[in-house]
Design a protein around this ligand. Sequence first.
Ligand SMILES: NC(=O)c1ccc[n+]([C@@H]2O[C@H](COP(=O)([O-])OP(=O)(O)OC[C@H]3O[C@@H](n4cnc5c(N)ncnc54)[C@H](OP(=O)(O)O)[C@@H]3O)[C@@H](O)[C@H]2O)c1
Length: 268
Amino acid sequence: MAVKLLVVGGGKMGQALITGLLSSKWADPDDLGVIEPNEARRTQLAAAFPELCLFDAPLADSVSSDGGALLAVKPDAAEGACRVLGAIGVKRVVSVVAGMPTARLEVALGDGSIVIRAMPNTPALIGKGVTAISGGEMATSADLAWAEEILSAVGTVVRLPERHLDAVTGLSGSGPAYVFLVAEALIEAGVLSGLDREVSRTLVTETLVGSAALLAQGDASPESLRAAVTSPGGTTAAGLRALEARAVRSAFMEAVAAAAERSRNLHR
Ligand SMILES: NC(=O)c1ccc[n+]([C@@H]2O[C@H](COP(=O)([O-])OP(=O)(O)OC[C@H]3O[C@@H](n4cnc5c(N)ncnc54)[C@H](OP(=O)(O)O)[C@@H]3O)[C@@H](O)[C@H]2O)c1
């Protein structure tokens, strides 16, 4: 049996992409095959997508793909999964495996294989992710367009040379965690200032959503948006000075650099 796309690993990211591909109409359920060795996960996927073709990993030789495969397994399972894919004739793979270079997956897939590496982030789970993609040595512009179509199902896609993907991991890959940390801190700050916790949560969440929406309009830079709420000698200026005194800007720079460095060293 040959499907349009074989999804290898039906975990959180695999399921997010399946959801996106089906709701964007890129694929019908019977266009997708999913290889997922975990029985409990297969049961959950079958409940969420009754028409999906689900396979246990050892039965993978009963399915192949005309278009290629989407690799969404944990890093330690990635090369083994690619060897299985190579053995069943899959030659093109888009991988969301964090930190895993295209060259290593190309070797595992076998001669003449094509690998596109992608780094999505968790808002992909609700179709609002941002993903950077990079083609390996053999990837053509048609292969990148194919990968871009797939990842577009869960948000925005940017194309970058592979040497930048560790920086992307440290910035937008880990980025949601930085934003959630800021949210936690602001909610606590509201509580410290005497607000009810639920009220503080609502105020902080809507402030983040509204500010992100203003920024996403793209007409104004973050600097000008910040200046617009900072009147001379006013309340916001006093708050910003306290943040600058704690070197918050530099702390974010160090956070992104540390995460990128960790990504670089993951598969050495
Ligand atoms: N979640 C994110 O936000 C995010 C963001 C960027 C990149 N990623 C990358 O996406 C990949 C998947 O992450 P995740 O969060 O979706 O992990 P996850 O929820 O653990 O899903 C991985 C799934 O793959 C299954 N699996 C293991 N070996 C397999 C094999 N040989 N063939 C087929 N399936 C296999 C696992 O089963 P078992 O549980 O039995 O092992 C599990 O159900 C990771 O490499 C991660 O770096 C994730």
